[in-house]
Design a protein around this ligand. Structure first.
Ligand code: ADP
Length: 752
């Protein structure tokens, strides 16, 4: 079980307010930061989308450029290879006409063309060499361009007797140059490469040797390539290529002279006429080549031109630009996928970040609340601690079985045991007073049964140091937070100081009473006792002597003794008389005084305190009217006091007797009553003592009559003397229902 509930602190209220209403700073900060995070999230998402779009576009652009670079690179390399092959074919046989021109047989033929044997020998020679070299045709022309001998002399398409004087290669050779020419064969109609060399005789060109080479093998290799390859001459006429319909078409406009020349040379057949190639050219500044656009097929080609200046030709290699578009599309697809992944990743990241942020925020808020709650609890704890420490009232909580579960500092101080020593204890507790164990058990059982007196129980405890501690216990139910009755809470008030004060007061009152008695009676009594002691002792002696003398019959001596004896008795009487005279002669201060005031005064003086000590209740029944009498106020008060004390003593005697007989006693009451009747003021002292049996009533006012072991029997006697000296009388009688009534009657004095 925990300590008692402490009311919520202001901090709690603030926290509660924050939870149920208003917009506390912490909450608005949270809203703000969430808004900011959302905005930031939106911004970053837009950025991610922007990046994604840029990525897609950039990827397309990059892929295009990369593919273009690759294609151009491939074309360039391919061009180099093809140019090398072309050059090889073009130059491989150029030596042949030159070598043949050195042959004496050839010169001999030219010198003597009509010699059949020479012609046959020359034909055989040319046939043999041509076969060995692998060229198409090797032949010899005279200075007029007429073919005299040829390697194909014995075939239907023989060049012999054919005139090739209009062919440029013939013209070049006739002028002493090495001729080269590509054209369609006049005889065969087949295209081929022609190379020629002059035949000298005595430094004079007398004829020409020419060789024709087939270019078809090269075209065959081009046909295996995916995209078109073609070769144009110096005029831009496409004369060799993998696409047959394009052959002999012009790639650029030709001058009229060029057209005439080509037609004259019958380079591309006798019926050749210029026709443009079927494409449009688009120049690209940033590219190493051009783009060919074919409207008929809708195709586009990248075209790379490899010039062969030594041959006067231009080789063109192409690549379908579709691959570039495909690369771009692939890049777009890939980039779109990648962007999608990026966006998804960004979304995931954003969600994760948001969740993390929310978790972080929630944790911060939780920590903040814990801190506030802890602080509030610390405040409440400190508040409770200081409240407990400041309490002078002891607090003790017990469970339903009576086990101590909590004590505060004041309780510990009160009994001298620490909280650790007390908590867990079951009855009997260490501070129970050993002399009052029965009472403690009784009180404890009553309290645990829920029947503790609401006005509290007075208890005497024993402090650890052995001193007695007087306390008041007030016990109430201990209810927990769920409204369940779980034990008992007692508050314990230390009344030791009050008790001590009361005792001291009682002692003081007893002392005062003693003093008072000494003043009133004791003083006289001691005087009397002392003075009477001698005559009384003498009386005893004389009486004893008289008895002895009488027994012996010594009458004379007996008479003397009796004389002496009566003298002593007279002396004693004289002493008593003297006392009475002292009382009478006591300087009286007669004055008008009130009987009621005398009652009050005597009560204040001693009577009330004495009554309380005896456990007697004083009741007053005072007349409303003025009770003025003419009297010595001090003596009058002494009389009232004496009568009151006698009454208390009588009741005390009754009490003691009842206790001895184990009979029940009732609360005792001392009644003081004043009345007026026919000019007489009366004050009655009424008790519930044993009353006045006849044998006592007769002798009440006799001097030295007493029924008390420690009495002197002079009080009433003196009181009567005093009252009588005031012109009044003192009466005694039995009271109805038990007890005695003593009454002072005094003549009423006129009201001043
Ligand atoms: P003492 O003080 O020796 O008792 P008092 O003269 O005062 O002398 O009383 C004489 C006797 O009268 C007492 O011993 C007692 O027996 C009796 N007496 C006095 N007052 C009362 C009274 N109120 N009730 C009964 N007896 C009384």
């Amino acid at each position: 079980m925990g300590p008692p509930h402490i009311p919520a602190m202001p901090m709690d209220e603030r926290v509660t307010d924050a939870a149920h209403g208003g917009t506390p700073p912490a909450q608005s900060a949270t809203t703000f930061s969430r808004l900011r995070a959302a905005l930031r999230g939106t911004g970053s998402m837009a950025a991610v989308l922007g990046v994604a779009v840029l990525l897609v576009l950039g990827a397309g652009e990059w892929a295009t450029r990369d593919e273009l670079d690759t294609q151009w690179d491939n074309l360039r390399r391919s061009g180099e290879v093809q140019a090398l092959a072309l050059r090889g074919v073009a130059t491989r046989y150029s030596y042949l006409p030159f070598t043949a021109a050195q042959q004496p047989l050839v010169a001999a033929l030219l010198r003597d063309p009509d010699s059949r044997s020479v012609r046959d020998a020359a034909n055989t020679y040319l046939q043999t060499v041509n076969a060995h070299a692998g060229s198409d045709t090797l032949y010899v022309m005279d200075a007029n361009g007429l073919t005299l001998a040829s390697s194909n002399w014995n075939t239907p398409s023989s060049f012999v007797d054919q005139n090739y004087s209009n062919r440029p290669y013939f013209r070049d050779a006739l002028q002493g140059l090495a001729g080269r020419f590509y054209g369609v064969g006049k005889t065969t109609g087949e295209p081929g490469l022609f190379a020629s060399a002059p035949v000298y005789d005595d430094g004079k060109v007398i004829g020409v040797v020419a060789v024709k080479v087939q270019m078809q093998p090269i075209v065959d290799t081009w046909a295996q390539l995916r995209d078109p390859v073609f070769l144009a001459d110096e005029r831009g006429i496409l004369f060799l290529g993998s696409v047959a319909p394009w052959l002999y078409k012009t790639t650029r406009p030709l001058s009229a002279q060029d057209v005439l020349q080509v037609q004259h040379d019958e380079q591309y057949g006798a019926r050749w006429a210029p026709q443009p190639v079927p494409w449009q050219v688009r120049q690209r500044d940033d590219q190493p080549g051009v783009e060919l656009k074919l409207p008929s097929s809708g195709k586009n080609y990248l075209a790379f031109e490899e010039p062969l200046p030594d041959l006067g030709w231009t080789l063109t290699l192409t690549a379908d630009s579709k691959v570039v578009a495909q690369a771009r599309q692939q890049a777009w697809v890939l980039a779109t996928l990648a962007s999608g992944l990026l966006v998804l990743g960004a979304l995931y990241w954003q969600l994760r970040e948001r969740r993390l942020q929310e978790n972080r925020q929630a944790r911060i808020e939780l920590e903040q609340r814990v801190l506030e709650r802890t602080h509030a609890l610390q405040q409440a704890q400190a508040f409770r601690q200081s409240m407990e420490d400041s309490l002078l009232v002891g607090m003790r909580a017990r469970d339903l079985e009576g086990r101590i579960v909590y004590v505060n500092a004041a309780m510990c101080d009160m009994v001298g045991y620490s909280a650790d020593e007390l908590i867990g204890c079951l009855p009997p507790y260490p501070y129970w007073h050993p002399d009052d164990l029965d009472r403690h058990w009784n009180d404890s059982d009553t309290a645990l049964a829920g029947k503790a007196a609401p006005q509290g129980n007075e208890n005497r405890l024993r402090h650890r140091n052995g001193s007695d501690v007087y306390t008041m216990f007030y016990t109430a139910q201990l209810i927990d937070g769920d409204g369940k009755h779980i034990g008992w809470m007692s508050s314990v008030v230390d009344i030791t100081a009050q008790k001590r004060a009361e005792e001291q007061q009682q002692q003081r009152e007893a002392q005062l009473q003693r003093v008072q008695r000494v003043i009133t009676v004791g003083e006289m009594a001691s005087t009397l006792a002392h003075e009477l002691n001698q005559p009384l002792a003498a009386l005893v002696n004389y009486a004893a002597a008289a008895r002895s003398l009488a027994a012996q019959g010594k009458t004379e001596l007996l008479n003397d003794s009796l004389t002496a004896l009566s003298a002593q008795a007279l002396r004693a009487a004289d002493i008593v008389g003297r006392i009475r005279r002292w009382v009478r002669q006591h300087p009286e201060a007669r004055e008008p005084c009130d009987l009621n005031a005398a009652v009050d005064q005597s009560l204040d003086l001693l009577l009330r305190a004495e009554a309380r000590r005896h456990g007697v209740v004083v009741r007053l029944d005072l007349a409303q009217a003025s009770l003025q009498v003419h009297a010595d106020r001090v003596l009058l008060e002494q009389v009232v006091l004496n009568l009151g004390l006698n009454a208390l003593q009588a009741m005390q005697a009754m009490q003691t007797a009842a206790k001895a007989l184990h009979t029940a006693t009732h609360p005792q009451e001392l009644l003081l009553r004043t009345t007026t009747d026919a000019g007489q003021a009366s004050l009655q002292v009424l008790d519930r003592g044993p009353g006045l049996p006849p044998e006592i009533a007769e002798r009440l006012f006799e001097p030295f009559f007493t029924t008390r072991s420690d009495g002197l029997g002079l009080g009433l006697n003196i009181c009567r003397s005093i009252v009588e000296s005031m012109g009044g009388e003192l009466l005694a009688r039995n009271r109805e229902g038990g007890g005695a009534i003593f009454e002072i009657r005094l003549p009423q004095a006129p009201t001043p």
